[in-house]
Design a protein around this ligand. Structure first.
Ligand code: CCH
Length: 287
């Protein structure tokens, strides 16, 4: 018979699940990094790609993946995220049809799921931008600041108090690196597993200022091996924030649900989707 003319390739949910699976495979195989997983730095890449959003001007956000370019790649807050971008290059080569902006956010969703966190529904629709769309420096939070700074920065993205606290629970994952941010150490004893430990430790531990030459940060009285940033401790110093810290410390299910909702919202800030929220994909987590 006659050959059907081929239109442009339109990926389906199954195609995106293949991308998810390739990321999950690579996460499982590339364990010679940090605490054994690239997952945390992928979560941070998705967050820093998205967290530049400004609701007033509609600029920034994950649409565009402008962190591929200097100056945005060189912004101080993005130090170290090259590890995450480079980790995803073989995936981009295997699935050249996906945009970087979709790939980075899909990887952020996959990393949370693969590290034992909640399902993070995700949908495609982001287009890569050019260098002219790079956001100005200073849109991401500065860890040396206080509760007012957290409210100003996350308020600019359109989040309320509850959402700000839930998002910061991602610090259950990964660590700070002296050669990236200047801060140093993990927040809890299981930095490659998504838990509510960050909140439990904020409530249950006593945190002392660390005596060292680096920037002001805090260490746990019990073992002196963990750390909190000044902005982390602001979440228990501020009464309105603290009430959510306590809820999440007490109930892991509540934290997982509220984190999932707000992380989905973060990854979609400023994206001109043609699809509807109910069209989001829920990816199968690997075995
Ligand atoms: Fe964060 N974060 N973050 N963070 N973050 C750092 C590391 C991670 C702040 C500062 C820092 C969120 C909110 C905030 C992750 C996810 C999220 C580091 C160390 C600093 C500093 C970087 C380094 O040295 O490598 C501040 C300030 C705020 C808010 O006020 C939010 C929101 C998220 C995600 C939803 C993750 C994950 C890491 C670990 C990265 C790694 O490489 O292990």
């Amino acid at each position: 018979g006659e050959a059907t003319p081929k239109g442009p390739f339109v990926p389906t949910q199954a195609d995106y699940q293949k991308v998810y699976d390739a990321i999950a495979d690579r996460l499982a195989n590339e364990t010679d990094y940090d605490d054994g997983s690239y997952g945390p730095v992928l979560v941070r890449l998705a967050w820093h790609a998205s967290g530049t959003y400004d609701k007033e001007t509609g600029t920034g956000g994950s649409n565009g993946a402008t962190m591929r370019f200097a100056p945005e790649s060189d912004h101080g807050a993005n130090a170290g995220l090259k590890h995450a971008r480079d980790f995803l290059e073989p995936i981009k080569a295997q699935f050249p049809w996906i945009t970087y902006s979709d790939l980075w956010t899909l990887a952020g969703s996959a990393a949370v799921q693969e590290l034992g966190g909640p399902k993070i529904p995700w949908r495609p629709g982001r287009a890569d931008g050019d260098i002219a769309a790079c956001t100005p420096d200073g849109r991401l939070p500065d860890a040396s600041k206080d509760h007012r700074h957290i409210r100003a920065v996350f308020g600019r993205m359109g989040f309320d108090d509850r959402e700000m606290v839930a998002l910061c629970g991602a610090h259950s994952l990964g660590r700070a690196h002296a050669d990236r941010s200047g801060f140093d150490g993990p927040w809890d004893f299981s930095p490659t597993v998504f838990t509510n430990e960050f909140f439990r430790l904020l409530v249950d531990e006593k945190w002392n200022q660390r005596k060292w030459n680096g920037p002001a940060q805090f260490t746990d009285k019990g073992t002196s091996t963990l750390m909190m940033l000044p902005t982390d401790l602001a979440l228990v110093k501020d009464k309105a924030f603290k009430q959510h810290v306590e809820r999440y410390a007490k109930d892991s299910d509540v934290f997982f649900q509220e984190f999932a909702d707000v992380y989905v919202k973060l990854l979609e800030l400023g994206v001109p989707f043609k699809s509807k929220p109910e069209d989001r994909f829920v990816f199968k987590t690997s075995e």
